[in-house]
Design a protein around this ligand. Sequence first.
Ligand SMILES: Nc1ncnc2c1ncn2[C@@H]1O[C@H](COP(=O)(O)OP(=O)(O)OP(=O)(O)O)[C@@H](O)[C@H]1O
Length: 256
Amino acid sequence: MVTVRVDGLRARYGGKLVLDGINLHMGTGIHGLLGPNGAGKTTLMRTLATVARPSEGSVELLGHDTAEQDGRKRARRRLGYLPQTFGYYPGFTVAEFVEYMAWLKQMPKDRVPEAVGRAIERVGLADRADSKLRRLSGGMLRRAGIAQAIVNDPELLLLDEPTAGLDPEQRVDFRELLRDIGSTSTVVVSTHLVEDVAVVCDEVTLLDGGKLIFRGTPNELAESGTSEAEDARGGDTALERGYTAALRGSRERRAA
Ligand SMILES: Nc1ncnc2c1ncn2[C@@H]1O[C@H](COP(=O)(O)OP(=O)(O)OP(=O)(O)O)[C@@H](O)[C@H]1O
């Protein structure tokens, strides 16, 4: 089932086109959004989170048309979003922060305490539930950010650079969590680190210069690259070489 329908999406900052005709339909599973700095990943994530409005095109989320105010409201209750940088009250505890988001999502009051406890547990912060956010390390803060994004068991989960600041062990735990959520929901994970999440993704979408330049499985991306013998500078892994080849190919086509 298609849960996200993006058609003809264009986004501008000032006069500058930063998303240029994106068509993207997604369903249940884990979708990696890859691309170099400035490719437009964050702009696309903000648009999917209904925080940014498209200049052109349509975005339908979980059957709701986000061009309409009512559609945006309904979609917001059913999605979870971890922005690349997120604001928070440093004096809030982890539990208060997650509870606040549950309240914003208009979750039924009687479900909130259990949902907050479960979200915090799932990101491995149960022992820090009562710690103030200002006392957390960068990785813990990011995990608190993930907890607020999943508190409402979102059907659409949008995570922008979720692994920034996580140590290797936490990355492994995080992948497990993604697999669990992605088995029933649509998860979109943006990163510029190819290896980071591509291993858990069912599908990867590659953006460059505001355009969608590749869409397929991680295996297809890996197979599209040159071999290490042909091109040692393409990357250390098959996936990185596929990523590099896709970027080079699209840039050459554009320059021609
Ligand atoms: N608030 C803004 N005002 C003007 N230009 C912006 C703004 N935010 C982003 N841009 C520009 O839009 C383009 C796309 O940026 P975006 O943050 O979406 O890319 P990204 O793929 O997320 O990059 P990164 O990996 O560095 O986070 C870039 O050229 C950026 O400079």
